[in-house]
Design a protein around this ligand. Structure first.
Ligand SMILES: O=C([O-])CC(=O)C(=O)O
Ligand SMILES: [Mg+2]
Length: 223
């Protein structure tokens, strides 16, 4: 499926656990899923869905290896649909300085991005909460330090998740999930099917029909 045919709004109506459950029923299975490892958290915004535009940065030490931020802006504008900007902080100990703050955030907001993900840190927190896009990062930091982008449009690894330019990402308060583009169209229906199955159990557990003996008699394996 072409990226332009993906129904982002339909995916955004689901949370990451539901889409992960749905992916289990595809060839991806339980082992073929790729998602952030919990070392980053959502600091602002709601659900993100979009195509990855990637970059790398460094901040701890000075260097002559910078590329213009305009390269990132151009890459964002080259994607027809919603974009998730993914920035890998390459420093051995990431987080010395922030790429994302009020100014870079406002520019990316003006370009209409859906989300931002980094293994590094961000700043100007109060401003970021009003940007209208989701921010996932390892945390906050004070300084800019020697922050510069060192590459745009390269494969990156952020919070254990490998991301290539063009990958489809979905994220919420649980983390960020990479969705194989060829499986995207089928996921909402699978998620709905699973929710129905799960809600049957939940509804029973909350009902007057429920009894501990009844539960044991079912000898349930999964839930
Ligand atoms: O200094 C930077 O580039 C990061 C920052 O605080 C901002 O974008 O406002
Ligand atoms: Mg700032």
């Amino acid at each position: 499926m072409a990226e332009s045919e993906i129904d982002h709004a339909r995916l955004a109506a689901w949370d990451t656990p539901a889409l992960s459950n749905a992916l289990r029923r595809t060839p991806a299975g339980a082992d073929g899923q790729r998602y952030t490892d919990g070392s980053v958290h959502r600091l602002a915004g709601g659900t993100l869905v979009g195509t990855a535009v990637t970059a790398a940065m460094r901040a701890r030490e000075p260097g002559e290896d910078s590329v213009p931020v305009a390269d990132l802006h151009r890459a964002v504008l080259a994607v027809p649909g919603p974009v998730v900007v993914v920035v890998q902080d390459l420093d051995e100990v990431p987080g010395a300085g922030a790429f994302l703050g009020e100014v870079n955030g406002t520019l990316l907001s003006a370009l209409g991005i859906s989300g931002f993900l980094t293994n590094g840190r961000v700043r100007d927190e109060a401003d970021l909460r009003g940007m209208g896009f989701a921010v996932h990062a390892a945390g906050l930091c004070v300084a800019r330090a020697h922050m510069r982008l060192t590459a745009v449009g390269v494969p990156v690894r952020v919070a254990g998740l490998d991301v290539a330019p063009g990958d489809l990402l979905h994220g919420d308060q649980h983390g960020v999930l990479r969705i194989p583009v060829e499986l995207a169209a089928g996921l909402p229906d699978l998620a709905a099917e699973i929710r129905e199955e799960e809600q049957a159990i939940v509804t029973w557990a909350r009902s007057d029909e429920f009894s501990p003996e009844g539960l044991l008699a079912l000898r349930r394996v999964r839930h």
